[in-house]
Design a protein around this ligand. Structure first.
Ligand code: FE2
Length: 277
C-alpha cells in the first residue's frame, strides 16, 4: 500500500493560505524541501545500513519533507565521496525508495569541507553542486565545528570569482561564530548564503546555538533551514519544529520561504528528481 503523501507544492504564499495554515497548525503539513541531509547508507557518518536509511526516509516523509537533496560529506582525507561516486549511490537508493512506494524524491548534492584541495575538485568537475541560481553554481560549504580557518574568506572570494556561491552549512553551530557573529560578517557581505539547521532554532543543539540561530534570523541573514539529518535519535530528518520556532522570529510567511520557496529556487529548476548529469 502506498504511504500517504503530504500535500503538493503550492507555490502560493498568500495571506489566505497563511491564515489557513495558522488555523490548522501542526495537522496541516506543507511539502517541504530539505537541502542538507545525510540519507545515503554507508558512505559517511549518516545511516550505516540500508534499513536505517529507509527508516530515515520514512521519517522525512512523515514530517512533511517530500524532496530531499542528499548531501554526503565530501571531505578529502576522511570521506572519499565526490560527484561521480555520490551519483551511483543516489540512483541506487532512489530505486530502493521507489520499490517500497516511499514518496520521497531525492536530489543530488554534497557537503564540502573547506580546504585548498577543493580547488582541484572544482577543476576536475567533481564537486556535487546543489543547483544553480542567478548564474552561480551553489556549493554547500562546511567549516570545521571548532573554528573558521584562517584564509576562509579569501577562499570564498575565489569561489565567487569562479561563479560558485557558497551556502555555508550550519554557521550557528561553529564555536567561534557562536561566540562572535563578526566572524561571519565578511562572508555575508561578500555574498555567501547561510543554511541554518532547523533543529538549532528548535533548541536541539543547546541554548548557545539556538541563540545564535535566532540572532541570524533576526538579522535576516538566514537563506534556508535544512535538517542536516544523520539519524533518528539525535539528528532526525525534520524541518517542521524549526520552522515553527523560526515563525516566531520572522513570521509565518517567511518561515515557509525558508523551507520551500528558497530551497526550490536554489535547485534552479523545479524539482530535479534524482538529477545525475
Ligand atoms: Fe551535514
Amino acid at each position: 500500500m502506498r504511504e500517504e503523501a503530504p500535500s503538493p507544492l503550492t507555490g502560493d504564499g498568500g495571506e489566505r493560505m497563511n491564515r489557513a495554515r495558522s488555523r490548522l497548525g501542526h495537522a496541516f503539513l506543507e511539502s517541504m524541501i530539505d537541502l542538507h541531509c545525510h540519507l545515503l547508507p554507508g558512505i559517511d557518518d549518516g545511516p550505516e545500513t540500508l534499513d536505517q536509511a529507509i527508516a530515515l526516509a520514512r521519517h522525512a516523509v512523515k514530517s512533511g519533507i517530500t524532496y530531499a537533496v542528499v548531501t554526503p560529506h565530501v571531505h578529502v582525507g576522511r570521506y572519499k565521496n565526490d560527484r561521480p561516486s555520490i551519483r551511483g549511490e543516489l540512483v541506487a537508493f532512489q530505486a530502493q525508495l521507489d520499490r517500497r512506494n516511499i514518496p520521497l524524491r531525492l536530489g543530488f548534492g554534497g557537503e564540502v569541507r573547506i580546504g585548498p584541495e577543493i580547488m582541484e575538485l572544482v577543476a576536475e568537475n567533481r564537486i556535487p553542486f546543489l543547483g544553480e541560481k542567478e548564474g552561480y553554481k551553489i556549493i554547500l560549504l562546511e567549516f570545521p565545528h571548532g573554528h573558521v580557518p584562517v584564509g576562509s574568506d579569501k577562499f570564498a572570494t575565489w569561489l565567487l570569482k569562479n561563479k560558485i556561491r557558497p551556502l555555508i552549512a550550519h554557521p550557528e553551530r561553529n564555536r567561534q561564530i557562536m561566540d562572535d557573529v563578526n566572524r561571519l560578517t565578511p562572508f555575508v557581505t561578500m555574498g555567501c548564503m547561510l543554511q541554518v539547521t532547523a533543529g538549532s532554532v528548535a533548541g536541539l543543539f543547546g541554548e548557545h546555538a539556538r541563540r545564535r540561530a535566532v540572532d541570524l534570523l533576526e538579522r535576516g541573514w538566514v537563506t534556508i533551514l535544512a535538517s542536516d539529518a544523520h539519524n533518528l535519535e539525535h539528528r532526525p530528518p525534520e524541518l517542521e519544529p524549526g520552522r515553527i520556532a523560526a515563525a516566531k522570529v520572522v513570521g509565518e510567511l517567511e518561515s515557509w520561504k525558508l523551507v520551500r520557496e528558497t530551497p526550490l529556487s536554489i535547485l534552479g529548476k523545479a524539482p530535479h528528481i534524482a538529477v545525475v548529469t
